[in-house]
Design a protein around this ligand. Structure first.
Ligand code: NAI
Length: 285
């Protein structure tokens, strides 16, 4: 019961990582205000609880919605101890030579500005509260190319830097700010933006689950609970000496090149050894 007596606000709470974090913090004693644009999904998460979870509808691209969310949580909960800025989606999928200004802005609003405004409107309610902690969802996409669409990757890199800068702004109030960088996690994020019928989405989810199992050195698909466990740690007193940094929870996805851990994916060194073997066997060059 690490969060007994604590009040938490979690965005993107109706699905995936956010939902897992809501259930984890509530199970450990927090009163959780679960926010999402998906009302049916959010109400279902709250209904499954023992009264410790309240759903509040919030579109994180709207600063007025975020301000209302934080004010409501603070009034009903008596303040805010934990904020998990987690809601996002893939955003505009165009490469940099094709993206429109509108697509760029829409993605920045959803993925980066939402986190900034979450901190902006929650922090006045967190000042001076013992153990106050903010966790922002960044991504492996913040650390390198090839994990996501371009605008999303840039916005997530912004989330990482925002985390550092906000940690300095808020240290004087005793508020810690950290980020989590998930790897490839089995959630709806890969299919929610697909413009295909639901039956196709189910097929796509099966393909993604299969791909995720072999995508990294740890030989299983990443699950929302893998991230929720790390978020709970960062939000807890156990992490009280951590601020302005991030935790990478990716099953080793970003360790290095695939051939380093996958015997089915030979790299340059394997090719050289094969050449050596062939030369020893007397094969022509
Ligand atoms: P998900 O699609 O399962 O959940 C995202 C939730 O955010 C949904 O409930 C959705 O309704 C909500 N949401 C979307 N737009 C919103 C808005 N404007 N206002 C309020 N709520 C909104 O996806 P997942 O994977 O759980 O994503 C959670 C976070 O994790 C996101 O920030 C995502 O970028 C990040 N992430 C996910 C990874 C993965 O492999 N699944 C990898 C790295 C980062």
């Amino acid at each position: 019961m690490r969060f007994a007596g604590k009040v938490a606000v979690i965005t993107g709470a109706a699905s995936g990582i956010g939902k897992a974090a809501v259930l984890k913090l509530a199970a450990e004693g927090a009163h959780v205000f679960a926010a999402d644009i998906d009302e049916a999904g959010g109400e279902a998460v709250a209904a499954a609880s023992n009264g410790r979870i309240d759903f509040i509808r919030c579109d994180v691209t709207r600063a007025d919605d975020i301000e209302a969310l934080m004010n409501a949580a603070a009034v009903r909960g008596g303040g805010i101890d934990i904020l998990f800025n987690n809601a996002a989606a893939a955003g505009d999928r165009a490469p940099i030579d094709e993206i429109t200004p509108e697509g760029w802005d829409r993605t920045m609003d959803l993925v980066l500005k939402s986190v900034a405004m979450g901190i902006r409107y929650a922090s006045p309610h967190m000042k001076g509260r013992r153990g106050a902690a903010i966790v922002n969802t960044a991504s492996v996409a913040a650390l390198g190319a090839g994990y996501s669409p371009t605008a999303y990757a840039v916005a997530k890199a912004g989330v990482l830097h925002l985390t550092k800068v906000a940690a300095t702004d808020l240290a004087r109030y005793g508020i810690r700010v950290n980020a989590i960088c998930p790897g490839f996690i089995n959630t709806n994020i890969f299919t929610s933006s697909l413009e295909v019928p639901d039956a196709h989405k189910e097929q796509a989810k099966a393909v993604i689950a299969d791909m995720s199992a072999g995508a990294q050195p740890v030989a299983r698909g990443g699950q929302p609970d893998d991230i929720a466990n790390a978020v709970a740690y960062l939000a807890s007193e156990e992490a009280s000496f951590m601020t302005g940094t991030h935790m990478l929870v990716d099953g080793g996805l970003t360790i290095g090149q695939r051939h380093a851990w996958d015997p089915e994916a030979p790299g340059l060194f394997d090719a050289l050894v094969a050449m050596e073997d062939a030369a020893r066997a007397g094969a022509p060059a």
